[in-house]
Structures are given as structure tokens and as C-alpha cells.
Design a protein around this ligand. Sequence first.
Ligand code: IMP
Ligand code: MG
Length: 180
Amino acid sequence: MQNPPGRVLIARDEIAARVNELGEAIRREYAAGAPILVGVLKGAVVFMADLIRAIALPVGVDFMGVSSYGSNTRSSGVVRLTADLSVSIEGRDVIIVEDIIDSGRTISYLRRNLATRHPRSLALCVLLDKVTRREVEVPVDYVGFVIPDEFVVGYGLDHGGHHRGLRDIVVLDALQGQAG
Ligand code: IMP
Ligand code: MG
């Protein structure tokens, strides 16, 4: 086991409990039809896997890949599409599943991109929200946790490709003083 790279912000039990609540909320809202979950690669993969099981309804599953970060900790503001959906979402109830919202640029780009494909509805479920960092307004339908402006890793979130496999969400201490 590697040493945790920082202090635990949200422990695995809290994550699990909250993901179950989000799943139940989505199940209640979408009981009538099968929504399609669109996970944002790669950070949302772990959250998505747990959310699918927490919703406990038949759901469609697909992914979009976007990249706005190198190993930097601040969004470049330029969002690049690295993988596209494999199915049509026309007429479907779509829920975008994202790991974290920071400036809001990534999700705002994705929302606009998916809206042009005429889904019946388009909602957003995000595990973590750094509300104080927001530069672009985005409507968020389901939020796991509002967190302070600190760079976190674990539970799918990475720094330069590292730490995605941590079970807890951890504040990366080594970044102290690094400019964004
Ligand atoms: P935004 O476009 O500024 O909202 O940035 C959102 C994207 O930046 C997310 O999809 C993450 O990939 C990444 N990101 C933002 N904050 C963090 C963090 O604290 N840890 C890991 N990735 C982050
Ligand atoms: Mg991401």
C-alpha cells in the first residue's frame, strides 16, 4: 500500500453513504424511464461505477472523454474532446456524471455539446463541487459534496494520472505553494 498523499477530506464511508443517497434521488426522479448516464472520462469512472449500482434501475451507460488538464492543478480553460459517445442520445433522458466542478468550463462545454444532440432532458450529477471557484454558471442537479478550494485526489480523481485508486478523497498536500 502506498502512503496516503495527504489528509483525508472525505472518507470512504461518507462517500458510500452519499452516493447511495444520490442514487436513490435519481431512482425516484427517473422511475418511469431508463435514463442514460454519460460519464466523463476519466475521473468520473469510479463514481459512475458506484452510482450505477446505487440507482438500481435499468440505466444506459456511455462515456465522453474530455481533457483540460495536463499535470497542472488549474483548468487551462480550453476543453478538448478525446472520446465521443457510442450511442445516440436523441430523445433520451441524459444524466451527465462528473467527478468535480471547478471553474465550470468543462461541464459547460459538455452540456452545450450534448444539448445539440436533442436529448429529451439533460441533467448533471457531480460528486464534488468547488463552488467558490466558479467562473462559468452551470446548473447542477445532483451534488455529492461542496468542497473548499483545495486540490483533491482519490476515488477516481487524479493528479497527473496518479492516485485514482485511493478509496478516500484526499487533499494533496505536496501542492502547497504551487501556482495554478
Ligand atoms: P473545470 O473545467 O475548471 O470545472 O475543471 C473540471 C475538471 O478539472 C474536472 O473534470 C477534473 O478533471 C479537474 N479538476 C478540477 N479540480 C480538481 C481536483 O481538485 N482534483 C482533480 N481534478 C480536478
Ligand atoms: Mg474530469
